[in-house]
Design a protein. Structure first.
Length: 150
C-alpha cells in the first residue's frame, strides 16, 4: 500500500474517531428523551390492567427523571402546561389501586388514557417554538408515542 493511501486511511480513521467522540447533540438527547416519554405515555393507552397502568406510571416517571438538564430547562414551561392533568390522573389511578375499587380504577384509567392523548395532541402544537432543543423533544414525544401505538 502506498504511503499516501495509508495517510489517507489514517486521516479518515482519525476523523471518524473525532466525530464519534463528540457525543450526541443537545437536540439528539432531547429527541431521545422525548421518545422515552412518548413511549411511556403510549403505555397509558395500552394498559389493560392495574398492573400495566402502574408499570406505565413507573416508566413515565423514570423517563421524566432521566431528562437531561438542558432539555428540562427548554421544555419546562410547556411541560408544566400539561403536568397538572397528567399528575392528577396518575394520582387517581394510584388511589383507586389502593382502594381496590374496580369501578373507580376503570374510571381513573380512562382519565389517565385521556390525559395521555391530550399530551400527545399538544406535542405537535409545542413544536412551534424557535428553540431547536424543545422542537426535537416534542418531535421525540410524538415519535415514541406513535411507535408504541402503531
Amino acid at each position: 500500500m502506498s504511503r499516501s493511501r495509508i495517510s489517507a486511511l489514517l486521516a479518515v480513521s482519525m476523523a471518524a474517531l473525532a466525530l464519534g467522540a463528540c457525543g450526541e447533540s443537545p437536540e439528539d438527547e432531547a429527541r431521545d428523551s422525548g421518545k422515552d416519554i412518548g413511549k411511556a405515555i403510549a403505555e397509558f393507552q395500552l394498559a389493560d390492567s392495574a398492573e400495566a397502568a402502574g408499570a406505565a406510571i413507573d416508566d413515565f416517571r423514570a423517563a421524566v427523571t432521566n431528562l437531561d438538564e438542558e432539555t428540562r430547562e427548554r421544555v419546562a414551561d410547556q411541560v408544566d402546561t400539561q403536568a397538572g392533568s397528567l399528575d392528577d390522573a396518575i394520582e387517581a389511578v394510584q388511589a383507586a389501586q389502593a382502594s381496590a375499587d374496580a369501578d373507580a380504577l376503570q374510571s381513573a384509567q380512562d382519565d389517565l388514557k385521556q390525559a395521555g392523548q391530550d399530551l400527545r395532541a399538544q406535542a405537535q402544537a409545542f413544536q412551534s417554538t424557535n428553540n431547536s432543543v424543545a422542537v426535537a423533544f416534542w418531535e421525540g414525544v410524538e415519535e415514541g408515542y406513535d411507535d408504541e401505538i402503531d
